[in-house]
Design a protein around this ligand. Structure first.
Ligand SMILES: [Mg+2]
Length: 274
């Protein structure tokens, strides 16, 4: 990249692990405060406002809601484009329903889409309702493909089922091929670029997962940086089938040192949301 005019930041494993900020996160966010940036996450559990509050409670940043693109938000926008006023049956945490409700109508009997996201919601009854709607012709949509996700509960690392794992029983039982919205699908990135008014080649995506963050952003022509503070550990060999990132660093401190010369000079910056 010749210049970095905008940034997209993944959150879990990049800025924080559970409720603990990761090294360099506060410094990077302070540095890019006046450079357009968005937070992009495959997590569909929390609505943007709650994500913003979480960043603030860790002392990292106070972003506006529109700067936060979750896979649930991206899914609701995609669905509205497919069919304005769509009817849906949602399975997942309340954040998903909250996002869909603004542009669609919940309907467990005549849904156009069965939408599956992360968090609690999947059980025998919801799976049964979902596969019968699919049998009637509804389309199957997943918020994100992650098979599992990391979390920290009471100081202990835990693995939770991801959107991909929760979506799988619907696809298996119905035989319907799902559309999956989150990274590496370009939709989430495209939405963030739209919000920022940035072209892909001037925008840097910072993530911790080669298969979603890096592969998805690279396919759209964004610059890419991998930090090894999340899923992908220091020393782990790069998956041969995936494109290499422009930067492959230990943490955000190392990244900031590397990209500083490419950031716009102070005074020549336009804050997000122009
Ligand atoms: Mg991540």
């Amino acid at each position: 990249m010749r210049v970095i005019a905008a940034l997209l930041l993944d959150m879990d494993g990049v800025l924080s692990q559970g409720d603990r900020p990761l090294p360099g996160a506060a410094r990077l966010l302070a540095t890019i405060q006046e450079i357009p940036h968005c937070f992009v996450t495959n997590n569909s559990v929390l609505p943007p406002q709650a994500v913003a509050e979480r960043l603030a409670s860790m002392g990292l940043a106070r972003p506006r809601s529109r700067q936060i693109i979750t896979s649930a938000e991206a899914a609701s926008r995609w669905l509205a484009r497919q069919k304005p006023g769509f009817r849906y049956y949602a399975v997942g945490a309340p954040g998903l329903d909250l996002a869909l409700r603004r542009v669609g109508v919940a309907d467990s009997e005549r849904a156009d889409f069965v939408v599956v996201g992360e968090g609690p919601g999947l059980d025998y009854a919801s799976l049964t309702t979902g596969i019968n709607l699919l049998e009637q012709g509804a389309r199957l949509v997943g918020t994100n493909p992650d098979v599992n996700v990391d979390t920290v509960e009471q100081g202990r690392h835990r693995i939770l089922p991801g959107g991909g794992a929760l979506l799988a029983p619907f696809a298996l039982a119905s035989g319907v091929e799902p559309v999956v919205i989150g990274k590496p699908n370009p939709l989430l990135f495209e939405m963030a670029l739209e919000v920022l008014g940035s072209s892909p080649s001037d925008c840097l995506m910072v993530g911790d997962r080669p298969d979603t963050d890096i592969a998805g952003a690279a396919a759209l022509g964004l610059g890419t940086a991998l930090v090894r503070t999340g899923r992908f550990a220091p020393g782990e060999p790069w998956p041969a089938e995936l494109p290499r990132p422009d930067w492959d660093v230990h943490d955000l401190d190392e990244l900031l040192a590397a990209i500083s010369p490419l950031l716009p000079a102070r005074g020549a910056r336009t804050p997000t949301g122009r």
